[in-house]
Design a protein around this ligand. Structure first.
Ligand code: AKG
Length: 262
């Protein structure tokens, strides 16, 4: 779509090897897209928001009919970061992320939600799951995530796991596995420095692991869906004027909104 060209996404924004890897394994390490200064500024804004929102943090998720399990005892959440600071604009406008999402979903997609998840010390284990209610054929991928590491991810601190290739299996983990909570023999644990970003085909089996460190494990999920699907966080309801004022028409379109909102 022209929108993507306007956001500097081109045929060669991802290499052919990167595209092949994402198609085959269902995930891709895009490398460090955030500098240390950016990571610090984002983590600072997260702290400010957690303090400000208190018990209400993540409330937008409770309001959404499209999220099945909005609250998790093992993790802190913040939602609708689109409208909570300019530092979050990069999460849905970075050309390499948009190129990865387009590779999975095709050209017509929009942001579904932009949320923070932080696995608490001692907690955070999730079932292997997909982010869709049924298994789909490869030409029907509907949702795709990008996970932005705000701390170094390691096997100790609750890094995300993924079972490579399962987006092509045509099966759901809750049907195929005796215990989706258990470690899977083929799972890969994402290990990378803070500031790194991974694309996850959301139809691949994945989930958080237990954070065995003494510190919170922080990340932001910039999650996209095909354009004809409902958003987890409906931007036509939440969008603020100050957000619209600073965004380009192309970025506004990625939010699923039209120029008429400006
Ligand atoms: O934060 C993570 O490690 C993964 C989270 C996840 O897959 C989810 O909340 O659906």
């Amino acid at each position: 779509m022209e929108i993507l060209t306007e956001l500097d996404v081109h045929e060669n924004t991802l290499t052919q090897d990167e595209k092949n890897f994402l198609s085959e394994f269902g995930y891709l390490n895009l490398g460090k897209l955030l500098s240390e200064t950016q990571v610090s500024a984002i983590n600072h804004q997260i702290l400010v928001l957690m303090e400000k929102e208190g018990q209400k943090a993540g409330a937008e998720l409770l309001d959404s009919p499209y999220i099945k399990h909005p609250k998790e005892d093992g993790a802190d959440r913040l939602a609708d970061l689109v409208n909570k600071g300019e530092v979050f604009d990069i999460f849905y406008t970075h050309p390499r992320v948009l190129a990865g999402i387009a590779h999975v979903l095709g050209q017509e997609f929009k942001l579904s939600s932009l949320n923070y998840r932080s696995a608490k010390p001692g907690l955070g284990l999730q079932k292997l799951h997909v982010d869709w209610h049924e298994a789909v054929a490869p030409d029907r991928y509907t949702v795709c995530n990008s996970i932005w590491l705000l701390d170094e991810f390691s096997k100790e601190n609750g890094a995300t796991r993924i079972v490579p290739g399962t987006h092509r299996s045509g099966r759901l983990p809750q049907e195929a596995l005796p215990d989706p909570m258990a470690p899977h023999t083929d799972e890969v644990i994402i290990e990378a420095p803070a500031g790194s970003v991974f694309i996850f085909n959301s139809h691949a089996w994945h989930g958080g692991t237990t954070n065995r460190s003494a510190k919170y494990r922080r990340a932001i999920h910039s999650y996209f869906c095909r354009f004809d699907q409902p958003q987890q966080v409906d931007q036509s309801r939440y969008i603020k004027n100050e957000t619209l004022q600073r965004l380009s028409p192309a970025a506004i379109r990625i939010l699923g909104l039209s120029i008429n909102h400006i």
